[in-house]
Design a protein around this ligand. Structure first.
Ligand SMILES: Nc1ncnc2c1ncn2[C@@H]1O[C@H](COP(=O)(O)OP(=O)(O)OP(=O)(O)O)[C@@H](O)[C@H]1O
Ligand SMILES: N[C@@H](CCO)C(=O)O
Length: 318
C-alpha cells in the first residue's frame, strides 16, 4: 500500500495535541494514492485526514494552503488545512511536512456516468471562476518544460511505434507553445481523476489531492478530466460522458474560439503528461509495495487522440 512513512501512535498523538480536537481514537494508513502518505484519523471532535508530503519542495505548501482557503471560501468541498489552536496550518511529523484536513464524506465512483461527468464539469468551472480573477501564480512542476525534458529520455525506453507516437506529440508541443501561452488562465487542480473526487449518492461531496495544483490554461484542466472521466478502456471517448462534462463546464464558463481550436491538441498534451509521469513512477517504484498506475493506458489514450471524432469538439465555441 502507499504509506511510504509509517507512523507510531505516540508521535501522532504529540503532533495532534496542538489542534485541540480531543483524544486520538483511531488511525489507519490509506492504501489508495501514489504520491504522499495519507492516514484517516478519528479524533474525539471529528474525522480527519493527515497527509505527510513526500514529494515536492516545502516552500510550495504555502501555495496549496492559500489556494484551498480560497476554494473553501468559494463554497467548494475541499480539504482545506485545519489550524492549530495558535493558528498554524503546516506542521512537521516524521521529518516531513504534515497537514491535517477534514475528512470529506462520500466515495469514489468506479464507473462514472454522464451525471457524474456533468457534476465534475460544473465543479471545475467553479474552481476556475473562483481563482481566475486573482490567480495565485505557481507554474506546474510537470508542465511543458518538464514534458520536453523528460519526454526524450523516456522515449529511449519505448518500442519503435510508441517512441514515434511520443516524439510526434512532443514536436506538436514545441510548435503550439506560443499559442498555448495565450489561452485564458486560472488556478488548476491539475490531477482531476475520478480517484480524486468523492460522491455522496448523486451529490459531488469532495475534491481532494491538490498537490498537482498550479496556475495555467483552464483548458488543460478540462482535458485532464476529460481523458480520465470520459474515455473507454481502449482510449476512445464516450460521447455522452464527454458532452455531459463539457456541457456542465460551459454552462458556467463558455469557451473561447482559441480554446475550441486548441482542444484536440490539449487532449494530447494531457495524455503526454500522465504517460510520462506513469513511466517515471513505474521505473522509480519497481518492485516496491506502492500503487503503480499503468503507463500504457496513456499511450493508448494518446494514440486514440491523434484524431478527434467529429462532434466531440468543444460544443459551445464562440
Ligand atoms: N480529505 C479527505 N477526505 C476523505 N478521503 C480522503 C481525503 N484525503 C484523502 N482521502 C482518501 O485518501 C486517498 C489518497 O489520497 P490522495 O489521492 O490525496 O493521495 P496521493 O498519494 O496524494 O494521490 P494521487 O495518487 O492521487 O496523486 C484518496 O483516494 C481518498 O480515498
Ligand atoms: N492521477 C495520476 C497520479 C497522480 O499524479 C495518474 O493517474 O497517473
Amino acid at each position: 500500500m502507499s504509506v511510504f512513512t509509517p507512523l507510531e501512535r505516540h508521535e501522532l498523538e504529540a503532533f495532534l495535541a496542538p489542534y485541540g480536537l480531543g483524544r486520538l481514537l483511531e488511525f489507519e494508513g490509506i492504501a489508495a494514492g501514489t504520491e504522499n502518505s495519507n492516514f484517516f484519523v478519528s479524533l474525539e471532535r471529528g474525522e480527519y485526514v493527515l497527509t505527510l508530503i513526500e514529494r515536492g519542495p516545502r516552500e510550495d505548501l504555502g501555495f496549496f494552503i492559500a489556494l484551498l482557503d480560497v476554494l473553501q471560501q468559494a463554497g467548494l468541498p475541499v480539504p482545506y488545512a485545519v489550524r492549530t489552536a495558535d493558528g498554524q496550518a503546516l506542521g512537521e511529523l516524521a521529518g516531513l511536512p504534515a497537514l491535517l484536513q477534514p475528512r470529506l464524506p462520500g466515495r469514489h465512483v468506479a464507473q462514472p456516468n454522464p451525471h457524474h461527468c456533468h457534476a465534475v464539469g460544473e465543479l471545475l468551472a467553479r474552481l476556475h471562476l473562483a481563482t481566475r480573477g486573482e490567480m495565485i501564480e505557481r507554474p506546474s512542476d510537470r508542465g511543458l518544460d518538464w514534458m520536453l525534458a523528460e519526454g526524450p529520455l523516456q522515449a529511449l525506453r519505448l518500442d519503435d511505434d510508441s517512441r514515434q507516437l511520443l516524439k510526434t506529440a512532443l514536436a506538436e508541443i514545441v510548435q503550439l507553445r506560443p499559442r498555448l501561452a495565450h489561452l485564458p488562465q486560472a488556478n488548476l487542480h491539475g490531477d482531476l481523476f475520478h480517484d480524486n473526487v468523492l460522491f455522496d449518492g448523486n451529490r459531488l461531496s469532495g475534491v481532494i489531492d491538490f498537490y498537482n495544483a498550479c496556475s495555467g490554461p483552464m483548458l488543460y484542466d478540462l482535458a485532464i478530466a476529460a481523458n480520465d472521466w470520459c474515455a473507454e478502456p481502449g482510449g476512445q471517448f464516450d460521447a455522452q460522458r464527454l458532452h455531459a462534462l463539457l456541457g456542465g463546464y460551459a454552462a458556467l464558463r463558455p469557451f473561447s474560439a482559441a480554446e475550441a481550436e486548441l482542444w484536440p491538441a490539449m487532449l494530447r498534451i494531457a495524455c503526454v503528461r500522465f504517460w510520462l509521469s506513469r513511466l517515471i513512477a513505474a521505473e522509480t517504484f519497481a518492485g516496491q509495495d506502492v500503487l503503480i498506475k499503468n503507463p500504457d493506458e496513456y499511450r493508448r489514450l494518446l494514440a486514440a487522440r491523434q484524431t478527434l471524432d467529429a462532434g466531440l469538439g468543444l460544443p459551445f465555441a464562440l
